[in-house]
Design a protein around this ligand. Structure first.
Ligand SMILES: O=P(O)(O)O[C@H]1O[C@H](CO)[C@@H](O)[C@H]1O
Length: 330
């Protein structure tokens, strides 16, 4: 298989650059290198279609099944993959050309199997921009899902609640996002566009499938958690710092309800290749937008993980029941 390094460009020998950081070495292996070719390769952060196809083939062949629904587990929400039965598990390290997870709460495993009668594939561990990966690499697995046969993407995350009505442990169904990294000129679709994935200029106004949101609201009602469920706007910042009060204030003024460091680039990539998207945030901490509210407590990843652990049962039930409804319709 062709090897690609952290930037998605061609790697020197065996292609096993695993740490997500480009080592800056020459791609022609002669030590001095053809600078121009090297620079071009560095700029080209996209994975060629054929490489994505090879990864997808590896997974479908290894699993012996073709998934219809893809699930990305947020921080501390890896248990969403534990409810999958007859599972074939692929460690990221063992998947050719796949990045590795470096964040606690992201196990680094791809789980393919059965859930509520459907074949699903779940990522126990996503890739974040702050890990040093370019956005195209962070969301490359979404394209792998597409070429595996996935039609629906379920993206989940842990997020800070900016909307004052949100409480810790609430679930916010995403119906829109503010792409702050995009404001700064960064997109997973940067670079040459391959029309086999999608158009050069995809529209995002209908990114979050309304039918799936309505179904999830109904499920929430029947679970008795409707008062802990919201429909709102998520924004992804680059991280890894949690936000300042001034930043949170600005986000709130822009209409953002919950903030995190993920998901948006995955949704963009999924919509680009015409997948149906359902996404939710588990509110793991409250974000104050007022200096006067400042108490001693600050957001920590430990708190994020612990809240996610406490709410995993409700998140699993929501996901399982939504999968069941999709499966029942097909
Ligand atoms: O978005 P997920 O992966 O759920 O994780 C969230 O939790 C971490 C911070 O605690 C950040 O990575 C943030 O994005």
């Amino acid at each position: 298989m062709t090897g690609y390094n952290a930037k998605g460009d061609m790697a020197t020998s065996n292609g096993n650059h695993r740490n997500g950081h480009c080592n800056g070495s020459s791609s022609n292996g002669n030590g001095t290198g053809d600078r121009q070719a090297d620079d071009l390769a560095q700029e080209n952060q996209t994975y060629p279609y054929e490489v994505i196809q090879e990864i997808a083939d590896f997974i479908v062949k290894g699993a012996g099944m073709r998934p219809k629904i893809g699930i990305i587990c947020g921080s501390g929400l890896g248990s969403l993959a534990d409810i999958i039965t007859d599972a074939k598990i692929f460690e990221y390290e063992k998947i050719p050309n796949f990045p590795v997870s470096t964040v606690e709460g992201h196990a680094g495993k791809l789980v393919v199997g059965h859930l509520e009668g459907a074949i699903v594939m779940a990522m126990q561990g996503r890739f974040h921009f702050y890990e040093g990966y370019p956005l195209a690499k962070c969301s490359m697995p979404v394209r792998v899902m597409k070429l595996c046969g996935v039609e629906y993407l379920f993206a989940t995350n842990a997020a800070g609640g900016i909307n004052p009505k949100y409480a810790v442990g609430d679930i916010m169904l995403m119906h829109d996002h503010v792409n702050m990294l995009g404001f700064a000129g960064n997109s997973p679709l940067q670079g040459p566009n391959d029309p086999r994935f999608g158009p050069r200029f995809p529209a995002l106004v209908n990114s979050y499938n309304k039918d799936l949101i309505n179904k999830a609201l109904e499920i929430g009602k029947s679970m008795g958690i409707e008062s802990n469920m919201h429909v709102g706007v998520y924004s992804c910042l680059g991280g890894p710092t949690y936000e300042t009060i001034a930043e949170l204030k600005a986000l709130r003024m822009m209409g953002v309800d919950a903030v995190g460091m993920s998901t948006v680039h995955e949704v963009i990539t999924a919509r680009h290749c015409d997948m149906k998207v359902f996404a939710f945030s588990l509110i793991t901490n409250k974000c104050s937008t007022e200096y006067s509210d400042m108490k001693d407590e600050e957001a920590t990843h430990e708190e994020v993980m612990s809240v996610a652990k406490n709410r995993q049962k409700a998140c699993c039930e929501l996901v399982a029941r939504l999968v069941r409804e999709i499966q029942a319709e097909s």
